[in-house]
Design a protein around this ligand. Structure first.
Ligand SMILES: Cc1ncc(COP(=O)(O)O)c(C=O)c1O
Length: 488
C-alpha cells in the first residue's frame, strides 16, 4: 500500500494526515526563515527538492514580492510539499529531505535586516554584522588610506583597552599573528614547537614558516586542548616554544608546568584565534604577557570579532611590540606619513608585509563597540544547545567552560560520526568537522607520531551550526535533526 503525505508550508495542515505527524511536520516546514516577517525575495532548493525520490508535488503559494509572515494559527501558508512512499515512514523521510532543502529567502521588514537573509542552520558558521560596518568601510574608502593607518592604530588601542593590556599589534590575519609571534620569540631553524594536532592547519604552518619543527601533542578528550601533562610528555631537548590552542574559545591553563617551561627557556605562544573575549581566571585571555605568554588572535570572517580578515599579537613587552611592528612592515621603521615627507627610508631588519588594512580595522572597530552583545549571545546559544542536547543517547557535548568563555563553536562527539554527518548535511544542516588532525596530513608527515586520543577524537567530533544570528528555534531544528540522524 502506498501512503500519501501532504504538508503545508507555513501552517499546520492536518486534514489528510495523522494529527501528530501534521503537528510535527508543520514545525519542520516552517523552519527558521519564517521566524521573520518580510518580503519573499526568492525560493531556494525547490528544483533539488522536486528531484528527490518520493516527492510528487511542490506548490509555491507565495511568490517573490509577496509579504510573508511567521507561522501562526491563522492559516498563513506559503507552499505545499507532497510525498508518497511505500510506507508512511518512507514518505515522511522524503518529506523531511525535501523540506530541509526548500528555503524561502525573505527580506525582513522588521529590525533584524542586517543579517538577512538569515543564514540559520544551513551555515556551520557565519559572520555577524551589527549594521555600521558598511558605513565604516565606506568612510575609509573615501579617505584614500587603505593600508596601515590611524584607523588601524585606533583599533589596536581599543583592543588593548578591552583586554586591559598596554599594547596590541594588529596584523592581517591570525596566521600572520602566529608567524610574527614565533619570529619575535626567536623561534627558527632547528627548534621544536609543541602544538596539538587537533587544530586548524594555520597553527602548524606558522611553525613550519619560521623553519621550526612541529612536535604534536595529545589532547584531553574532554576539552580537546593540550594539558600540562601532555605538553611535558611532548618536550624534547629541542623544544623552544609551546603553542596551546584555545579550542572552541576555552582558556588553556599551563600554570602547573610553567616553572618547567620557564626553567628550560620555552616560550608559550598561545593560539587564541578562537578565544577573543574569553577569560582565564579573573583576566581576559591575552592579558598574561607579564607571566610570559604571547597571545595571538584571529579576526577572520567567522571569528567572535571579525575584521573581515585580521589578527593581532599581544606582545609581552614594549620592546617586543616594537620588534613585531618592524617585522610586520618589511623591517621599515618610518611610518607611512614620515616616508612621504622624506627622500629615503631605512630597512633595519628582516620583515614581512603583514599590516592590518584600515578597511579591515574599520570593521573591527564597529564590531568591538558592540562586542558585549556577542559576549551574551554566544554563551546563550551554547547553553541552549547544551539544554536541548541533554538526554540524546549517543551524543556527548564537548565542554567549553561556558562560564568563562565566549564560545566559538559547539562540538559534539558521535561514535558513528560519518553517516550522522552525511545525514545532517542531506537535511540541510551545516554540520562541520574541526579538524582533521594535522599529524595525519601529507604536508606534516615528517613530524608524524602516533596520537591515539587525537585520532579517536577526530573520528567522532562534529561541529553543529553555531553563529550569533541563530535563534533558539534554529537550535531546536538542528537538535531535532541530530536526534533523527543518530537513531534513524
Ligand atoms: C585555531 C586557529 N588557529 C589559527 C587560525 C588562523 O587565523 P586566520 O584565519 O585569521 O589566519 C584559525 C582560524 O582560521 C584558527 O581557528
Amino acid at each position: 500500500m502506498r501512503a500519501l503525505i501532504a504538508l503545508t508550508l507555513g501552517e499546520p495542515f492536518g486534514e489528510h494526515l495523522a494529527p501528530t505527524r501534521a503537528a510535527h511536520a508543520a514545525l519542520e516546514l516552517i523552519g527558521s526563515p519564517l521566524t521573520v516577517k518580510g518580503e519573499l525575495i526568492a525560493w531556494e532548493g525547490v528544483a533539488e527538492a522536486r528531484a528527490l525520490a518520493g516527492i510528487t508535488d511542490v506548490e509555491l503559494y507565495a511568490q517573490p514580492g509577496d509579504l510573508v509572515r511567521p507561522h501562526d494559527q491563522s492559516g498563513h501558508k506559503i507552499g505545499l510539499v507532497v510525498a508518497a512512499g511505500a510506507t508512511a515512514a518512507d514518505a515522511s523521510a522524503a518529506l523531511d529531505a525535501a523540506t530541509a532543502l526548500i528555503r524561502p529567502v525573505i527580506r525582513p521588514t522588521e529590525e533584524d535586516s542586517v543579517n538577512s537573509p538569515r543564514p540559520a542552520v544551513r551555515r556551520n558558521a557565519s559572520p555577524y554584522l551589527y549594521g555600521g560596518e558598511a558605513a565604516a568601510v565606506a568612510q575609509v574608502l573615501e579617505s584614500g588610506q587603505y593600508g596601515h593607518s590611524d584607523v588601524t592604530e585606533k583599533f589596536e588601542r581599543e583592543v588593548a583597552a578591552y583586554l586591559d593590556v598596554p599594547e596590541v599589534v594588529a596584523v592581517e590575519s591570525g596566521t600572520a599573528a602566529l608567524h610574527m609571534a614565533l619570529l619575535a620569540a626567536g623561534i627558527g631553524n632547528g627548534d621544536e614547537v609543541v602544538v596539538p594536532s587537533l587544530t586548524f592547519a594555520a597553527s602548524v604552518q606558522a611553525i613550519v614558516a619560521v623553519g621550526a619543527r612541529p612536535r604534536f601533542a595529545e589532547i584531553d578528550p574532554d576539552t580537546l586542548c593540550v594539558t600540562g601533562a601532555s605538553v611535558l610528555e611532548a618536550l624534547t631537548p629541542d623544544t623552544r616554544a609551546v603553542m596551546p590552542v584555545l579550542y572552541g574559545g576555552r582558556a588553556v591553563d599551563l600554570t602547573d608546568v610553567a616553572p618547567v617551561l620557564a626553567g628550560r627557556g620555552i616560550t608559550v605562544v598561545e593560539d587564541a584565534a578562537q578565544a577573543f573575549g574569553s577569560w582565564h581566571g579573573d583576566r581576559k585571555v591575552g592579558a598574561f604577557g607579564a607571566s610570559g605568554t604571547l597571545t595571538c588572535f584571529s579576526f577572520g570572517p567567522i571569528k567572535n570579532l571579525t575584521c573581515g580578515q585580521g589578527g593581532a599579537v599581544v606582545p609581552r613587552t614594549a620592546q617586543e611590540a616594537e620588534t613585531i611592528r618592524l617585522l610586520r612592515m618589511l623591517g621599515i621603521r618610518q611610518s607611512q606619513a614620515d616616508r612621504i615627507r622624506s627622500t629615503t627610508y631605512s630597512v633595519d631588519t628582516f620583515g614581512l608585509r603583514y599590516p592590518l588594512s584600515a578597511l579591515n580595522a574599520a570593521i573591527g572597530l564597529t564590531q568591538l563597540a558592540r562586542f558585549e552583545e556577542i559576549e551574551a549571545k554566544r554563551p546563550h546559544l551554547w547553553r541552549t544547545y547544551r539544554d536541548a542536547l541533554a538526554g540524546i543517547d549517543g551524543v556527548a557535548l564537548v565542554d567549553v567552560d561556558v562560564e568563562r568563555s565566549v564560545p566559538f563553536n559547539c562540538v559534539v562527539r558521535v561514535p558513528n560520526r560519518d553517516p550522522v554527518f552525511a545525514d545532517l548535511q542531506s537535511r540541510g544542516i551545516g554540520a562541520g568537522v574541526h579538524y582533521p588532525p594535522n599529524h595525519l596530513q601529507a604536508a606534516f608527515a615528517p613530524w608524524h607520531r602516533p596520537l591515539p586520543v587525537t585520532e579517536q577524537t577526530a573520528e567522532e567530533i562534529m561541529s553543529l551550526p553555531f553563529h550569533p544570528a541563530m535563534t533558539e528555534q534554529d537550535v531546536g531544528a538542528v537538535v531535532d535533526a541530530l536526534r533523527k540522524a543518530v537513531a534513524p
